[in-house]
Design a protein around this ligand. Structure first.
Ligand code: GLU
Length: 422
């Protein structure tokens, strides 16, 4: 009888398999990187305010610990499942290796729609997650951070629960914490601003141009989408379109980003009337706009087989994790569209998480400017190194493939140093 290997990450296997087939990474990668090192699943029973109880499925996946402890966010979303968390943990392992910070890769998730929970229920869920995962968490084991639908407040509850259970205040066990609990200046801005720094470095290197005057469309207006919109507008770009789940807005002269951020803060979602001069457009239309840069900053696979042909932007900056499906990726490559891959574009978040972890260990805290200068320098260096490798070594430069290659080489070097491979 054929048995299914439940540990394997099927999607990761496909991505790695194609690289092995092309001969760009050695076959041993098939053995070492198709299975996460550890997968923990749990059911979290939560008492609701009305007295009923429900259990929520929860996951924590440590994909690789070759280069250091696990690192990666925890998301709360109704569509979270084990395979998705594995893929996201795999991407974290590649991301940390690509930007060369001393972490492996991990990810967590709870299958829940947090918009249906009260604040108290959300807090109980966050604490229950830490109770269930305690044996596999810690500053030298696996360090969570915020991700989709989780934030500083959630990290604060988790830090507190961890301290309660272990009897130790251990700020370095979580990143993306509130400042009052050892969080870092700039962590909130880090992913969005980091994307702007990567784009600036890319344009400078490839076209000797800067961000000023660039026409940009951004899908998603959460922590990542709003901060990249803010930074790109500050750098002189025209943000012509923006969307969140509630609506999509377009204005050829550029949207008033600060006003929209203020409206979002007040109302909880993008207000379609906040910028009177803007026009409301269908959600799908945003992805098809004739702009210089398209920025998917929402959820996975928003650009797929069904709409990839309609994308008109020559550059896609992947601020969400995995926003372009593998089928769409191939279609876009054929049409000569450049994709700046997620593991580079959105790495600003985990880079500042690393800075936060250092600050927690040293007990010395950096200013906002120190954090941003270090972030910008890091992302410039990584972007240039990747482009150097791309442009010097081959005529065509599929950035995602080169980024994966570089990251996998670094993971293999650590596996070799540990004696796991010859
Ligand atoms: N959730 C973010 C990501 O996907 C940040 C992870 C972290 O800081 O550990 O990269």
């Amino acid at each position: 009888m054929a048995t299914v290997d439940r540990v394997v990450c099927e999607d990761c296997k496909v991505r790695i398999g194609s690289m092995v087939a092309r001969g760009v990474v050695p076959p041993v990668v098939n053995e070492l990187l198709t299975k996460p090192r550890r997968v923990v699943t749990a059911a979290l029973p939560i008492r609701h305010d009305d007295g009923t109880v429900r259990t929520y499925n929860a996951f924590r996946v440590l994909y690789s610990d070759a280069r250091g402890p696990g690192k990666g966010g925890i998301r709360f979303h109704p569509e979270v499942d084990e395979e998705e968390v594995k893929v996201l943990a795999f991407l974290m392992a590649l991301k940390c290796a690509l930007v060369d910070i001393p972490f492996g890769g991990a990810k967590g998730g709870v299958q829940v729609d947090p918009s249906r929970l009260s604040k108290g229920e959300l807090e109980r869920l966050s604490r229950a997650y830490v109770r269930a995962m305690l044996p596999v968490l810690g500053p030298r084991t696996d360090i969570p951070a915020p991700d989709v639908n989780t934030n500083e407040e959630v990290m604060g509850w988790m830090v507190d629960e961890y301290a309660f259970l272990t009897g130790r205040h251990e700020p370095a066990a979580f990143t993306g914490k509130p400042l009052s609990l050892g969080g870092s200046q700039g962590r909130r801005e880090a992913t969005g601003w980091g994307g702007a720094f990567v784009l600036a470095a890319y344009l400078q290197y490839t076209q000797k141009r800067d961000i000023a005057g660039l026409r940009v469309a951004i899908q998603g207006f959460g922590n990542v989408g709003s901060h990249i919109a803010e930074k790109l507008a500050q750098m002189g770009a025209r943000v012509v379109a923006l969307s969140d789940a509630s609506c999509a807005l377009y204005r050829e002269e550029g949207l008033d980003v600060p006003a929209l951020i203020a409206a979002k803060r007040e109302k909880g979602s993008l207000s379609c009337v906040a910028d009177g001069a803007a026009q409301r457009i269908p959600h799908e239309a945003l992805l098809e706009l004739d702009v210089d840069v398209l920025v998917p900053a929402a959820l996975a696979h928003q650009i797929h087989e069904g709409n990839a042909q309609e994308v008109r932007a020559p550059i896609i900056l992947e601020m969400a994790n995995d926003p372009v499906s593998p089928e769409a990726d191939a279609m876009l490559a054929q049409r000569g569209i450049t994709i700046i891959p997620d593991i580079l574009a959105n790495a600003g978040g985990v880079v500042v998480s690393y800075f936060e972890w250092i600050q927690n260990h040293e007990n010395r805290y950096w200013t906002f400017n120190e954090v941003m200068e270090a972030l910008q320098a890091k992302l410039q260096e990584v972007t240039r190194a990747l482009l150097d490798r791309c442009w010097k070594e081959r005529e065509q430069c599929p950035l995602r493939a080169i980024a994966y290659e570089l990251a996998i080489e670094r993971i293999l070097a650590a596996e070799r140093a540990r004696g796991h491979i010859a």
